[in-house]
Design a protein around this ligand. Sequence first.
Ligand code: XIL
Length: 297
Amino acid sequence: GTTLGTSAAERGRYFGTAVAAPKLNDSVYTTILNREFNSVTAENEMKWDATEPSRGSFNFTSGDRILNHARQQGMSVRGHALLWHNQQPGWAQSMEGSSLRSAMTNHITQVAGHYRGQIHSWDVVNEAFADGTSGARRDSNLQRTGNDWIEVAFRTARAADPNAKLCYNDYNTDGINAKSNAIYNMVRDFKARGVPIDCVGFQSHLTNSVPSDYQANLQRFADLGVDVQITELDISGSNQANVYATVTRACLAVARCTGITVWGIRDSDSWRTGQNPLLFDAAGNKKPAYTAVLNAL
Ligand code: XIL
């Protein structure tokens, strides 16, 4: 193919990008989006603070705008993210215990219910494990409601949208390390006990290199019986094009790696300000990293 999306589709995969709703007014942005990508993730618009700014009162305006654009273009949509310790509304940040637990499940029921049937994959839980060597859960208000909060979240999401693939998503999980081991053990346990989980997302925010066991790590998760997805790819540094190609080839080498999402379109769209980690420059021109990915697909 001549674009990321069509080339990935020829390999049975999707190629997606994060989208920010206000940028849909920028014709340079939407021209690239519509030409190159066949999947989108809302960069912020489906997060808890955006969708439930006050308790029990939901706002889907911006999320719907991204979803409707994607559907009109025939793109699939990743939902991101039902539960996360960051970007919670203020009212939830200060809650705890059983009242937070019921707010949490209601949030999932309402948001996944609103988008029922329209989301390819949901990041049900984002970034619940700690960095470093402990293999522990990250401390958060959600974790303090009880260690079962993650499985409760997945069961609640399944009930709300039975056809969406349900993902656990995290960063610094790109190689085999204590953090990815802990997530691996959770997924294995969920599969053994029938907790509904379908996919694991690897954010893959990388700096000039990728762990040598990246593909092996994707494969071991796939071997548990879940799909794997590269969900927020961006890569800084002088070796950028090579690392983009390596990540692309790793996904293609793993049968259950179903797609790649980059975390923005142009360098000027990136959350990593000044690091230029994306496939298009600020003017919308294709970078060497773009060509490296296209050639690898
Ligand atoms: C980032 C967005 O790109 C920024 O616009 C926002 O200010 C903060 O969140 N991991 C995730 C994403 O799962 O939701 C984050 O997105 C980047 C890190």
